[in-house]
Write a protein that binds this ligand. Structure first.
Ligand SMILES: Nc1ncnc2c1ncn2[C@@H]1O[C@H](COP(=O)(O)OP(=O)(O)OP(=O)(O)O)[C@@H](O)[C@H]1O
Ligand SMILES: [Mg+2]
Length: 268
């Protein structure tokens, strides 16, 4: 067998094993729309033959914040991308539901129209356009979210810089713009991938303040963060992933209080 055939066979076997082990979750699949505001069930997703998201499932009640944690390479970004229905990784099995609507058969732009807004780690700010033009672009398709006035009230720094080329913004300002852009859409589930990444502590505090405002507004959110303590302070619930599987599910406070768990899976 060639190397790629061996890898493929190994991926197939891992997939079959996980299917057997996730019988309980599997039993839930196909039972139709869940009662909860957001739910994903038994997600299995692949990059080519690399089997990465291995049976992930959880629920979030409306208005709650979930911290999705785990070591580097645990599959956090891949899980967010699967939920947002990004082209990769490819979802081969499992379901994503938002307010009773099946999201799993959708493409990324359709999921976005349903209100799933992913703020990726690299922020995807569009250089050559001003801050305001970046916001306008977010509102090009229905349904629209916040009016500019409301956005600028929440983000005074963006107001000051609204005619500035977005590529010249500082890292913290770019993060603010990325969050503002999600709010400019009609956001029903906000997915934040490492919002504090690469930012100075004082800017982290500013983004924390913005996110606690978002929390007050009751926007259902999943936050992925290396800074687990900051994420857990913001969150109500927490999931810990390890090698593409959920290894812990509970309240955010329980993770903060559970030293063994933090040592084992979060290295803090
Ligand atoms: N495009 C890709 N093609 C192949 N494998 C990938 C791809 N993107 C990620 N992976 C692999 O999937 C696994 C999970 O990656 P992922 O980015 O989801 O982890 P993560 O938990 O977000 O990690 P980090 O904390 O470093 O951001 C890793 O082993 C990674 O190498
Ligand atoms: Mg990641």
């Amino acid at each position: 067998m060639s190397e790629s055939e061996t890898a493929s066979a190994a991926a197939d076997k891992a997939y079959r094993d996980a299917q057997e082990h996730s019988a309980e979750l599997k039993a839930q699949v196909g039972t139709g729309a869940p009662d909860s505001y957001f739910a994903c069930r038994n997600l299995h997703a692949f990059y080519g033959e690399s089997y990465i998201v291995q049976g992930v499932g959880f629920e979030i009640p409306e208005g709650k914040i979930l911290a999705l944690l785990g070591r580097n390479g645990a599959g956090k970004t891949s899980t967010l991308r699967t939920i947002a229905r990004a082209g990769s990784p490819e979802l081969r099995q499992g379901e994503v539901w938002l307010q009773g609507t099946a999201i799993h058969p959708m493409k990324d732009f359709e999921a976005a129209q349903q209100g799933i807004q992913l703020v990726p780690e690299d922020r995807r700010i569009i250089g050559g356009l001003t801050v305001e033009e970046n916001l306008e672009l977010a509102q090009i398709a229905e349904p629209r979210g916040w009016e500019f006035e409301r956005i600028y009230q929440a983000f005074p720094r963006l107001k000051e810089r609204r005619t500035q080329d977005a590529s010249t913004l500082s890292g913290g300002e770019q993060q603010m713009l990325a969050i503002a852009r999600a709010l400019a859409r009609d956001v029903k589930l906000l997915l934040l991938d490492e919002p504090y990444e690469g930012l100075a502590p004082v800017i982290v505090q500013e983004i924390e303040r913005i996110l606690s405002d978002v929390r007050q507004l009751g926007i259902t959110t999943i936050i992925v963060e290396q800074n687990a303590v900051a994420a857990l302070k913001l969150a109500d619930l927490s999931i810990i992933l390890d090698q593409g599987e959920v290894v812990y599910e509970g309240s955010a406070k329980d993770v903060l209080d559970n030293e063994d768990l933090r040592h084992e899976y979060l290295a803090i």
